[in-house]
Write a protein that binds this ligand. Structure first.
Ligand SMILES: CCCCC[C@H](O)CC(=O)SCCNC(=O)CCNC(=O)[C@H](O)C(C)(C)COP(=O)(O)OP(=O)(O)OC[C@H]1O[C@@H](n2cnc3c(N)ncnc32)[C@H](O)[C@@H]1OP(=O)(O)O
Ligand SMILES: NC(=O)c1ccc[n+]([C@@H]2O[C@H](COP(=O)([O-])OP(=O)(O)OC[C@H]3O[C@@H](n4cnc5c(N)ncnc54)[C@H](O)[C@@H]3O)[C@@H](O)[C@H]2O)c1
Length: 725
C-alpha cells in the first residue's frame, strides 16, 4: 500500500464469474476516499468485463466496515482535504454505479457494518451476515448524518419506526435481529460466508433469488399521513432530548423528504444536509471526542514500551459502602472474582446487599436474566480479615476518606498481599504518597478513582505518583477496558483532574448567589448549556457531607483561590444536607422531584452577612451567557493549571475527564476544546476583569495569562520539561 494512501480494495474474479471486492483499511476497514475511489474503479472494471456476472463485497480480516473514515471529517473541517462534489459518493458511485448496475451485488458481512459500511451493504441487492455481526447507523453520535443513502434505504428495508430508532439512538442491532427485520437476507457461519454470498449473487443472476433494489422498495413504508405523524413525534422527542443540536433534525428533514417526494429527491437532500453538518461546531466537538476517547489509553512513556498487561485473576475490595459496592458490581459484571472486606458482619451484609441490589435492578429492567444474576453474584465473597488476600492480584481500597485509616490499611496490605499485587485506592482527594507513607511498595501504589455510582459512571481516573510503575498502569488500563470504563491517566494532586477542575464551578455558583444571583436561574442556565444538572442540584445529589469534606481539602491545599461560602455549612447545621434528607437547595418529594424552596433565602442572607458580601446589582441581573461564563471560565482556569502542571498529559484527556466525570456536554468537545472554541484571549480578559473587581478566586493562572496574551490555543501541548509526568 502506498504510504500516502489510506486503505485500498482488491478485486478477484473467480471461475464462477463472481468478482469479490475486499475492503482493506485496518483496523476496521473504514471507507476513506482512497478506498471509495478504488471501489469505484473495481466496479467500473467488473461491469465492463465479460467474465464477471455478479459482484460480492466483503471486508478483510473479519470486519466488513466501520463506516466512513472519521478522520476524513476532521480533515475537511480543517481544510486539509477537499470534500468531493456533493452527492458524488452517495449518488454517483453508490446509487448510480453500484445499485443501478446491470450486474447484481451481494454484501458478505462479517463482524460489523456500521455507518457508511452498512449503507454500502444496503445498496447491494442482498446481504449475508455472520452471527452476532453489529449493524447500525451511529452517525448522529458523531454529529454527522448517514450520508451514503442510509436515510433513504434503512426505512425502506426495516420500516420507518425501526429505522428512526436505529438512527436516532445510534444503537446497532445484531445480525440475528437484522435478519428478522429484513435488513439481512441470511445469517451463516463465518466459514460459509463467502461461498453463500457468491452463490446468492449467481442465484440473483439466474433469477432464483429476487433482485432487490432497496431504494425502490415501498412495502415497509407507512402511508404518507401516518409517516408524517411518526416523523412529527420523532422531531418533538429529538428537540426535547437534544435541544442544542441541529444535525438530528436535519437528518429527519432528509428522511422526510425521501418519503414525501421520493428516494431520489431524498438522496439529494441527504447529500446537501450531509455536507452542511460537517462544519457545525457540535460536529467538530463530537468528532474530537471520538478520537480523544480512544487516545486516553495512549500514554507516552507507558503504553509505548511494549509492556503487556498481566492477568488479574482475583481482586479484593476494602470497604463495602457506596463506592466499594459499586466497584465490586462493575468487576463481577466483567467476570472478575472479588473479595469484599468490611469491618463487621452487619456492614459486610449491607455491602453485599448493595451489590445485590445493583444487579437486581438489572433483572427488574430485563437486562439480566435470573441465572446470570446468580452466576454473577457467585463471584463475590465476603471477608472480615486479610487471610483471603494472599492470592489476590489487585486490591482497591474504598474506606472512608481518612488518611490514618488508609495508611494503616496499606501497611497491612503490604504484609498480607503477594509481592506483585497492585495496591489501589479510590480516594477522591488524598495524596497517594501520603497513603503509602508506611509501606515500601510505592511502585505498586496507584489511584483507581471511580465516580459514583461506580458501576454506572463511565470514567476511571488512574492516578499515578512519581513512583508508580509503568507496568501497574498498563495493568489498570487493561482492567479499565475490561470493565468497560474509559480510563484517563492523571498525576497525583489534591482532587486529581476531575474534582480539581470542577471544584471552582460550585464555588463560582456560591459566589454569585451570595452577591444576589438567583440559584435556580443559575441551575437552569447551566442545564440549558447542556450539563445534566446545575451546581446546586448537584450539591444536593452528592450530599453536603461530601461537599464539605471536599471543600476542606481545597481550602487546605489551595487557600488563595478557594471561595469560602457558609451557605452549605449553615444548611447542614439545620440538618438539611441535600436530597438524602429531602431538603437542600431544593425540596424533594417522595419521587425525588425537586422544587425550589423559598426558605433558601434565609441561609443565603445569613451566609452573606458572615462573608460580608454585598448584593451586586450587576450580578443580580446576569444573562444566561454571563452565568455560563462566570461559572465555567473558573473551571477552564483550573483546567489550565492542571494541564500546565502536567497532571494531565494531553488537553484532550481533560476533555474526556470533564465529559465522563462531570457530564460536560460532549457536543461542546470537552472543557479545553470548548475554551479554545471561545478563544483564550477572551477568557483571559474576562477572568482578569473579574479578578480586579471580585478578587483572587477569578485570577487567571500564569499559563492562561501567557496563552491568552497571544491568543494561543489552550490545548496546544505543554513543553515536556514542564510536565510532571
Ligand atoms: C462525505 C462523507 C459522508 C460520510 C457518510 C457516512 O454515513 C458517515 C459515516 O460512516 S461516519 C462513521 C460511522 N461509523 C462509526 O461511527 C463507527 C465508529 N467506530 C466504532 O464505533 C468502533 O471503533 C468500532 C465498533 C468500529 C470498533 O470498536 P473497538 O472497541 O473494537 O475499537 P476502537 O473503537 O478502539 O477502534 C479501533 C481503532 O479504529 C479506529 N476507528 C474505528 N472506526 C473508525 C472509523 N469509522 N474511521 C476511522 N477510524 C476508525 C479508532 O479510532 C481506533 O483507532 P486507534 O488509532 O485508536 O487504534
Ligand atoms: N461517595 C462518592 O461519591 C465518592 C466518589 C469517588 C470516590 N470516593 C471515595 O471512596 C471512598 C469511600 O467512599 P464511600 O462514599 O464509599 O464511603 P462509605 O462511607 O459509603 O463507605 C466506606 C465503607 O468502608 C468501611 N470500612 C471502614 N474501615 C474499614 C476497614 N478497615 N476495612 C474494611 N472496611 C472498612 C465502612 O464500614 C464503610 O462501609 C472514600 O475515599 C471517598 O473519598 C467517594
Amino acid at each position: 500500500m502506498d504510504s500516502r494512501t489510506k486503505g485500498k480494495t482488491v478485486m478477484e474474479v473467480g471461475g464462477d464469474g463472481v468478482a469479490v471486492i475486499t475492503l482493506i483499511n485496518p483496523p476496521v476497514n473504514s471507507l476513506s476516499f482512497d478506498v471509495l475511489y478504488n471501489l469505484k474503479s473495481n466496479y467500473e472494471e467488473a461491469l465492463s468485463r465479460n467474465d464477471v456476472k455478479a459482484i460480492v463485497i466483503t471486508g478483510a480480516k473479519g470486519k466488513f466496515s466501520g463506516g466512513f473514515d472519521i478522520s476524513g471529517f476532521s480533515e475537511i473541517q480543517k481544510g486539509t482535504m477537499k470534500e468531493p462534489k456533493v452527492g458524488f459518493i452517495s449518488i454517483d458511485i453508490i446509487t448510480d454505479l453500484l445499485e443501478a448496475a446491470r450486474k447484481p451485488s451481494v454484501a458478505a458481512i462479517d463482524g460489523l457494518a456500521l455507518g457508511g459500511g452498512l449503507e454500502l451493504s444496503m445498496a447491494c441487492h442482498a446481504r449475508i451476515s455472520t452471527p452476532g455481526a453489529q449493524l447500525g447507523l451511529p452517525e448522529l453520535q458523531l454529529g454527522v448524518i448517514p450520508g451514503f443513502g442510509g436515510t433513504q434505504r434503512l426505512p425502506r428495508l426495516v420500516g420507518l419506526t425501526k429505522a428512526l430508532e436505529m438512527i436516532l439512538t445510534s444503537k446497532p442491532v445484531r445480525a440475528e435481529e437484522g435478519h428478522s427485520l429484513g435488513l439481512i437476507d441470511a445469517v451463516v457461519p463465518s466459514a460459509e460466508l463467502l461461498t453463500t454470498a457468491r452463490r446468492w449473487a449467481l442465484d440473483i443472476v439466474e433469477r432464483r433469488k429476487p433482485w432487490i433494489t432497496s431504494l425502490l422498495k415501498t412495502d415497509k413504508l407507512p402511508p404518507l399521513g401516518e409517516a408524517r405523524e411518526i416523523l412529527k413525534f420523532a422531531r418533538g422527542q429529538t428537540r426535547k432530548q437534544a435541544p442544542n443540536m441541529k444535525h438530528p433534525l436535519m437528518c429527519l428533514d432528509a428522511l422526510e423528504m425521501g418519503i414525501v417526494s421520493g428516494p431520489r429527491v431524498g438522496l439529494e437532500k441527504e447529500a446537501e444536509v450531509g455536507s452542511q453538518v460537517i462544519s457545525l461546531d457540535t460536529t467538530k466537538g463530537l468528532i474530537h471526542v471520538f478520537f480523544s476517547q480512544r487516545g486516553t489509553v495512549k500514554v507516552p512513556g507507558v503504553t509505548d514500551r511494549g509492556l503487556m498487561p498481566r492477568k488479574i485473576k482475583k481482586v479484593a475490595i476494602i470497604g463495602g459502602g457506596l463506592m466499594g459496592s459499586g466497584i465490586a458490581t462493575a468487576l463481577i459484571l466483567s467476570n472478575y472474582p472479588v473479595i469484599l472486606k468490611e469491618v463487621n458482619e452487619k456492614f459486610l451484609e449491607a455491602g453485599i446487599g448493595r451489590v445485590k441490589a445493583n444487579l437486581q435492578s438489572r433483572v427488574r429492567k430485563g437486562s439480566m436474566s435470573k441465572e446470570k444474576f446468580e452466576k454473577t453474584m457467585s463471584l463475590l465473597k465476603g471477608s472480615l480479615d486479610y487471610e483471603s488476600f494472599r492470592d489476590v492480584d489487585m486490591v482497591i481500597e474504598a474506606v472512608i476518606e481518612n488518611i490514618s485509616l488508609k495508611q494503616q490499611i496499606f501497611a497491612d496490605l503490604e504484609k498480607y498481599c503477594p509481592q506483585h499485587c497492585i495496591l489501589a485506592s479510590n480516594t477522591s482527594t488524598i495524596d497517594l504518597n501520603k497513603i503509602g507513607e508506611r509501606t515500601k511498595s510505592q511502585d505498586r501504589i496507584v489511584g483507581a478513582h471511580f465516580f459514583s455510582p461506580a458501576h454506572v459512571m463511565p470514567l476511571l481516573e488512574i492516578v499515578r505518583t512519581n513512583h508508580t510503575s509503568a507496568q501497574v498502569i498498563v495493568d489498570l488500563l487493561d482492567v479499565g477496558k475490561k470493565i468497560k470504563k474509559t480510563p484517563v491517566v492523571v498525576g497525583n494532586c489534591t482532587g486529581f483532574a476531575v474534582n480539581r477542575m470542577f471544584f471552582p464551578y460550585t464555588q463560582a455558583a456560591m459566589f454569585l448567589v451570595e452577591r444576589g444571583a438567583d440559584p435556580y436561574l443559575i441551575d437552569s442556565a447551566v442545564s440549558k448549556f447542556g450539563m445534566p444538572m446545575g451546581p446546586f442540584r448537584l450539591c444536593d445529589l452528592v450530599g453536603f457531607g461530601v461537599a464539605i469534606a471536599t471543600a476542606t481539602q481545597f481550602i487546605e491545599n489551595f487557600p488563595e483561590r478557594t471561595y469560602k461560602s457558609m451557605i452549605i455549612p449553615l444548611m447542614q447545621e439545620d440538618k438539611r444536607a441535600g436530597e438524602a434528607t429531602r431538603k437542600g437547595f431544593y425540596l424533594y418529594d417522595d419521587k425525588r422531584k425537586a422544587k425550589p424552596d423559598p426558605e433558601l433565602k434565609k441561609y443565603i442572607e445569613k451566609a452573606r452577612s458572615i462573608s460580608g458580601a454585598n448584593v451586586d446589582p450587576k450580578l443580580v441581573k446576569l444573562s444566561e451567557k454571563e452565568i455560563i461564563e462566570m461559572t465555567f471560565f473558573p473551571v477552564v482556569n483550573e483546567a489550565c493549571r492542571v494541564f500546565a502542571e502536567g497532571i494531565a498529559v494531553k488537553a484532550a484527556d481533560l476533555d474526556i475527564a470533564a465529559i465522563m466525570g462531570m457530564g460536560f456536554p460532549p457536543y461542546r468537545g470537552g472543557i479545553m476544546f470548548w475554551a479554545d472554541s471561545i478563544g483564550s484571549k477572551y477568557i483571559y480578559s474576562r477572568l482578569d476583569e473579574w479578578s480586579k473587581t471580585y478578587g483572587d478566586f477569578f485570577k487567571p493562572c500564569a499559563f492562561l495569562a501567557e496563552r491568552g496574551s497571544k491568543g494561543a490555543p489552550l490545548s496546544a501541548p505543554v513543553e515536556q520539561a514542564r510536565s510532571r509526568l
